[in-house]
Design a protein around this ligand. Sequence first.
Ligand SMILES: Cc1cc2nc3c(=O)[nH]c(=O)nc-3n(C[C@H](O)[C@H](O)[C@H](O)COP(=O)(O)O)c2cc1C
Length: 193
Amino acid sequence: MFISIIMGGNHIGTKINLVALSGSIRKQSSTQKTLHSLKHFMPEKVDYGIYNVIENLPHFNPELDGDEPPEEVQVYRELLSGADGVIICTPEYIKGVPGVLKNALEWLVSSAELYTKPVAVITASGNGENAHHSLQLNLSMLNANVFEGGTLLISGADSKLNGDGEFVKSEVTASLKLLISKLIEEINKEKSY
Ligand SMILES: Cc1cc2nc3c(=O)[nH]c(=O)nc-3n(C[C@H](O)[C@H](O)[C@H](O)COP(=O)(O)O)c2cc1C
C-alpha cells in the first residue's frame, strides 16, 4: 500500500513526485511520525507519499530476482522508478540499519531504481550515528545521489516529538524544512539538464 499524504495543485508536467521509506514498521514510531511531519514542508507542486508496507517485501533472494520477481517487489520498484526523489527515514537497530530497510534496499541492487536519484537521508533514533553512516554506505553502493545538505541525524528523536507527532524544537523543524528544500532544489537541477 502507498499512502499519499499530499496531492498538489494543478501543475501538470511540473509536479514533483516524492516517495518516502521508513526503516521502522512500528506504526506509532518516531520514524513514521517524522515522515508524516514532513507534509508541512512540502510545496504545493509536490506529491508526497509514504510506502508503508515495506514489511511485505519478501526476504531478498537472488533466486527470486529473475524475469518475474514477486508482485510486491514489482509494485515497490515501479513506485520508486516513478519518483523524482526519495526520502529515507530510519532508526538505528543494534548499531546499524534495521533489517527490514536493508532488505528493501537489497531489492534495488539489480533493478537500480535509486541509481543517480536524489535521496534524502534522515536518521531519527536514540543515538543513530552508526545507522546514519551505514545507510549512506548502502546508498553509495546503489549509486544514489545523496547530495550535499541531504542528510539529517536527529538523535533522541522520541523525546523531541509531542503527542501529536510534531517536533517541539524549532531547530529540528528548521532542519527538516531545509532538507526538503535542498531535495527539491537537487531534483530541479537534474530536471533542467
Ligand atoms: C532492537 C532494538 C535495537 C536498538 N539498537 C539501537 C542502537 O544500536 N543504537 C541506538 O541509538 N538506538 C537503538 N535502539 C533504539 C531505537 O533506535 C529507538 O528506540 C528508536 O526511536 C526506534 O525507532 P522508532 O520509534 O521509529 O520505532 C534500538 C531499539 C531496538 C528496539
